[in-house]
Design a protein around this ligand. Structure first.
Ligand code: FAD
Ligand code: SIN
Length: 487
């Protein structure tokens, strides 16, 4: 079955939904998402959105903190753009109904690692859920947007899939005209044709055995864009969050950095503090430094976790500020964080690299835009400043809308005839163990060899094994009917 829209958005997190709402003002919009619509990294965000919203703060300070946390590899123009446009984008979110936490009529600004002042706008400790709720509500009442749940994008449609017309195979850049999408319920691959496509598929934490990311975060967008010929950059910069609840299963339960911003202390399992050995900012150093410090202490001491200690903080305030963390720890893990230290370990959290874009969300493929965690705008460099991800998604999805609008004005009104998905010569496999095993092997290998601290020796080992698995997976893919598990 073929569906036609002006704009196709892949993903229903903050980037995809913000973009869809604005793009609906100039065209019909299809939004496909692989599970239920709220399921996204966005929905689990705790700490908040970093933005200059106070007289005591300044753009220069936020830019400086972002550049310094990015360890010299951020692109200053992208950072400047994000920081200066951020407050207006945040106000738009408030206008569509997102309810953040206020104290005495003013936004309650939290603090996190790497920030030199209080600037984190939040909805207690469930900021992402509140943002997702507000955006989904706005989308649900918009007649120009159709959301398709249980639809997994498999492959971007480019010149490669065009049936005949040489007119659609011009020399020059590759073009994108939508995507092949697996309808999980009807078990069928549909063709979604569009003049503009936004990739907003989020992160890839699930490539690691320990991650804060939910199961949807499997890097599909980067993989699709890479296969389509788009430029990908900075994939080596995976951010590890220092504090996730030890042994909390998969995904690992996050203990927000805002908890350290509120005064929690890190201690080794025997109670000794150690952060002063690594950075004068101690618990409020950027994430890469804190994760490295914990990793080093664990290896040095032979321990399997460190402790995050809130016992010296007023219990009532902890419960009020962090109701989600307090209640989840108490009810699910039988841990009262006001009277017991929290055992924590780092876990893979965020992909700083991704599909490379300019500061208007344009990728190297014409008609293909990217925003949010799947993209590499240049903002984060080697390491993202806490709570800059939601902000980046808001700012650059907005810019991508404006660039898409002008692209639509100039691009041909028609899209070419494309081949339907061809699954002749494929079978339903009875060998699922092969794929399941590859997946577990990749997750473990990434954790062991491509983790917080890396060496040439480990990376070379990882590469050799990965190349072997790539061959096995490709061979399996070619002869097997496509399904969500296979993707
Ligand atoms: P997502 O919100 O992840 O959305 C991706 C969407 O794409 C999902 O709907 C998914 O189902 C869909 N999708 C993926 N692949 C496909 C496919 N093949 N076909 C169809 N649909 C697909 N950042 C901050 O700035 N502040 C925070 O406080 C914060 N806290 C965090 C806490 C946690 C536990 C986690 C995991 C992350 C946190 N982050 C935080 C990071 C931030 O939440 C994410 O980077 C951001 O939400 C990404 O938004 P997105 O729209 O790019 O992607
Ligand atoms: C957190 O709340 O610690 C996560 C914030 C982020 O990922 O920016």
């Amino acid at each position: 079955m073929t569906q036609r829209f002006d704009v196709l958005v892949i993903g229903t997190g903050i980037a995809g939904l913000s973009y869809a709402l604005k793009a609906s003002q100039f065209g019909t919009v299809a939004v496909v998402t692989k599970k239920e619509r709220a399921e996204s990294n966005t929905n689990y965000a705790q700490g908040g959105v970093a933005a200059v919203m106070s007289q005591l703060d300044s753009f220069d300070l936020h830019v400086k903190d972002t550049l310094s946390t990015g360890v010299g590899l951020s692109h200053p123009d992208a950072v400047e753009t994000m920081v200066r446009e951020g407050p207006d984008r945040l106000k738009e979110l408030i206008q569509i109904g997102a309810q953040f936490t206020y104290v005495d009529g003013k936004l309650d600004l939290g603090r996190e690692g790497g920030h030199s002042t209080h600037r984190i706008v939040h909805a207690r400790d469930f900021t992402g859920k509140e943002i997702e709720r507000a955006l989904l509500h706005a989308v649900s009442i918009n007649p120009n947007i159709r959301v398709f749940e249980d639809h997994v994008a498999l492959e971007l449609i480019t010149e490669h899939h065009v049936r005949t017309s040489p007119a659609f195979r011009p020399a020059g850049p590759i073009h994108c005209w939508g995507a092949y999408v697996l309808n999980i319920v009807d078990k069928r691959v549909d063709t979604f044709l569009s003049r503009v496509t936004l990739l907003a598929t989020g992160g890839l934490g699930q490539v690691y055995v320990h991650t804060t990311n939910p199961p949807i975060a499997t890097g599909d967008g980067v993989a699709m864009a890479c296969r389509a010929g788009a430029t990908i950059a900075n994939m080596e910069f995976i951010q590890f969050h220092p504090t996730t609840l030890f042994n909390s299963g998969s995904p690992s339960f996050l203990i927000s950095e805002a908890v350290r911003g509120f005064g929690a202390k890190l201690r080794a399992a025997n109670g000794e503090e150690f952060m002063h050995l690594y950075d004068p900012r101690k618990e409020l150093a950027p994430r890469d430094i804190v994760a490295y410090a914990i990793d080093t202490e664990l290896k040095k001491r032979g321990d399997d976790h460190v402790l995050l200690d809130l016992r010296h903080l007023p219990a009532a305030e902890v419960q009020d500020k962090f109701p989600h963390i307090y209640t989840t720890c108490l009810q699910k893990f039988k841990l009262d964080i006001t009277s017991e230290p929290i055992p924590v370990v780092p876990a893979a959290h965020y992909s700083c690299g991704g599909v490379m874009t300019d500061i208007n969300g344009r990728t190297s493929v014409a008609g293909l835009y990217a925003a949010g965690e799947v993209s590499m705008t240049g903002v984060h460099g080697a390491n993202r400043l806490a709570s800059n991800s939601l902000l980046e998604a808001l700012v650059f999805s907005d810019r991508a809308v404006r660039a898409s609008e002008s692209y639509l004005r100039d691009a041909p009104a028609d899209v070419p005839q494309v081949e339907p998905w061809d699954d002749s010569d494929t079978l339903n496999s009875e060998e699922w163990i092969l794929v399941a095993h590859n997946r577990r092997e990749i997750q473990q290998l990434m954790w062991d060899y491509v983790g917080i601290v890396r060496s040439d020796l480990r990376l070379e080992r990882a590469l050799r094994r990965m190349e072997l698995m790539r061959g096995e997976v490709e061979e399996f893919y070619k002869r097997t009917k496509v399904s969500e598990g296979l993707i």
